[in-house]
Design a binder for this molecule. Sequence first.
Ligand SMILES: NC(=O)c1ccc[n+]([C@@H]2O[C@H](COP(=O)([O-])OP(=O)(O)OC[C@H]3O[C@@H](n4cnc5c(N)ncnc54)[C@H](OP(=O)(O)O)[C@@H]3O)[C@@H](O)[C@H]2O)c1
Length: 347
Amino acid sequence: MVRVFINGYGNIGRRLASAFSHDKEIQFIGIGKYSIDNKVDEAFSKKFPVYVPDEKVPEFKGKGYDISGTISDAIKESDLVIDAAKDGFGYSNKVNFYVPLNKPAIFQGGEDRTGEKKVADIIHNSRINYDKVTNQKYVIQGSCNVSGMGRIMQPMIEKFGDKIQRYDVTLIRRWADLEDKKEVKDSIEWDKNPHHQDDVKSFLPSVKLYVESYKVPSRMMHLHQMIIRFKDKVPYFDSISDIYHEEFGVAVLANAKGTADIRLKARELGFEHDDTNMVHIHEETMRKSDDTLKILYSDDQTGIVIPENHLLFQSMALGKSKKQAYEHTDSLFQISKKRDLLVKQFG
Ligand SMILES: NC(=O)c1ccc[n+]([C@@H]2O[C@H](COP(=O)([O-])OP(=O)(O)OC[C@H]3O[C@@H](n4cnc5c(N)ncnc54)[C@H](OP(=O)(O)O)[C@@H]3O)[C@@H](O)[C@H]2O)c1
């Protein structure tokens, strides 16, 4: 069995640990933790083996934590590491551990694909390049926004191909995640140079895409407005479900009022970590005018990348077919069932 270590236990790491620790097809080595806070207690209460940096061993032991070893011990014991460090620390982990110990690694979307601190040459999006990451040593899982855009754009490309002229996307991003301690500032901030455009173009090089990004005072998901311009009139389709009804991790909803409605419904329905793990197209806001189609969809920022990491892992480390991988990921995350529940609530 492939042995997997999750290095980092923040918003993404703790979700990865919940999922991978339940996957009977792998051996879960444990998680890496860097500071003492309430998340350490959570990790112990979930019975995850906890590994800490060498220099932090006395501090953790001094506070009575029964740690399983050092980060370097855990990496040595593993066949693959999923790095869930805060932005940029994945690069130092690669240089200090993964390369010297000759271990493959998955990195998260806050790491670089180009420049001095690049960690990998390829960004994964399961809908687009699942097969290309098989047997790769280092791969970045696209960020939440990048994962969502790929998931919406690829079915459009497959259906309408070169009838499409260009995409203009406005990302309305949440300020902080639900469990973040940081204050949500009363401001709307803009991004001078959103990385999302180049990230998506890395796996969809021939599309014309222009992305703007704004951060708003909310903790409840991202919202994307996608304007698709066709070379001629918008082709006929009855409903957006005609295009997306069989898409993994896409729910077509009709009467949610906002992102909080969906997040709070996920909580009420008992979805783990309050995640839906998908994007939700808000069908009632769709507009067609001459050559222009507008789609609005919300993107579960914390949840969407977790099954994506799981799919990427199955391609990279197990070389599974995409069909088998989707089936296994669906059984672990219950995504189809969650989608049906959301459609029933907001359909
Ligand atoms: N949050 C999201 O919605 C989201 C969505 C998609 C992608 N991402 C990406 O996922 C990555 C992690 O984001 P996050 O939101 O989980 O950040 P986070 O909540 O700030 O957690 C980061 C974790 O990194 C740990 N850490 C510190 N130094 C480390 C090191 N050298 N190696 C490994 N871990 C280290 C921290 O440990 P301690 O707490 O113990 O100090 C913390 O638990 C980033 O690349 C981010 O861009 C985030």
